[in-house]
Design a protein around this ligand. Structure first.
Ligand SMILES: C[S@@+](CC[C@H](N)C(=O)[O-])C[C@H]1O[C@@H](n2cnc3c(N)ncnc32)[C@H](O)[C@@H]1O
Length: 274
């Protein structure tokens, strides 16, 4: 089978299962099977696949058709221009979360401690460490997530200290200058309406936050108040439709600001401890 035929057949199979962007997905999966960049296929459409490549490609197509996200198949996702390794132990970093990172990068905080709560793959902590050229501290409740984050930090050359902890429990009062978090915020009642790629494959602990989706914010915002120095910043990613409720939880904070994502929805809340 040639590359041209493999891509055409793969895209057709994926389209039949209503997989989004079937042609692009087929190219990514074939690239993974052949250890090639997608651009290679445009230059060599008539090249025959080796048997082992064809077998791997078939398996990846099958997995994708069963709902496994492409990123978990190829085990990587780009975030803020860098490649992060991902597994089913961690949430796949989302482009919206780059706005959260950008918000902190723009602040150019002083030399105090910066803590990323619920680091998952380490996307936020590693990126902040590299963009701000400083040590960052990251927590997660999941040991497996911390292992993945640690390996991303090492591979990308970031200086991050990882701690297994419940939110900010392990830190002393007034320890930090910045607390940043993309916490779980999906209401449990929305489970049925989630895309199957998310619901069936991404970690529960990374997604759900009680019936309203607010229960982690309800604990995290007071915890950040305790851990931040006066004048310190809290930056949170917020879910669709949660900006009013999360702003209300931050009513006692100063300079509460909401930043919209590319679709125009409030996505990041930034506030300062008085
Ligand atoms: C939405 S994911 C965000 C992952 C990563 N920061 C990102 O933006 O891609 C939330 C993360 O919070 C972690 N988490 C959930 N509850 C936690 C808790 N009580 N304390 C610490 N981490 C928690 C989950 O394991 C998960 O890694």
């Amino acid at each position: 089978m040639t590359i041209r035929t493999a891509l055409a057949q793969g895209a057709e199979l994926l389209a039949r299962e209503s997989v989004g962007e079937p042609r692009l997905t087929a190219e990514v999966l074939l690239g993974h099977a052949m250890h090639r960049e997608r651009t290679y296929f445009y230059a060599h459409p008539e090249q025959e696949l080796r048997e082992v490549e064809w077998l791997h490609y078939g398996r990846y197509l099958d997995e994708r058709m069963k709902g496994k996200p492409t990123q978990y198949i190829v085990k990587r996702q780009e975030f803020y221009g860098r490649e992060f390794r991902v597994s089913r132990d961690v949430l796949i970093p989302r482009p919206e979360t780059e706005l959260l990172v950008e918000t902190i990068v723009r602040l150019q905080p002083g030399r105090g401690n910066v803590i990323d709560v619920g680091t998952g793959s380490g996307a936020i902590a590693v990126t902040l460490s590299l963009e701000l050229n400083r040590r960052v501290i990251a927590t997660d409740l999941s040991f497996a997530a911390l292992e993945m984050a640690k390996s991303n930090a090492m591979r990308l050359g970031a200086t991050v200290a990882f701690i297994q902890a419940d939110l900010l429990d392990c830190f002393a009062d007034e320890f930090a200058e910045v607390v940043v978090s993309n916490p779980p915020y999906v209401p449990a009642v929305d489970r049925a309406s989630l895309q199957r790629e998310v619901r069936d494959w991404e970690p529960e602990l990374a997604l759900f936050a009680g019936p309203s989706g607010l229960c982690v914010y309800e604990r995290l915002i007071p915890a950040a108040w305790r851990v931040l120095k006066s004048g310190g910043y809290l930056a949170l990613e917020i879910g669709a439709g949660q900006s009013e409720a999360v702003s209300a939880l931050a009513a006692d904070w100063r300079n509460v600001q909401l930043f919209p994502d590319l679709a125009g929805f409030p996505r990041v809340l930034l506030c300062q401890k008085p």
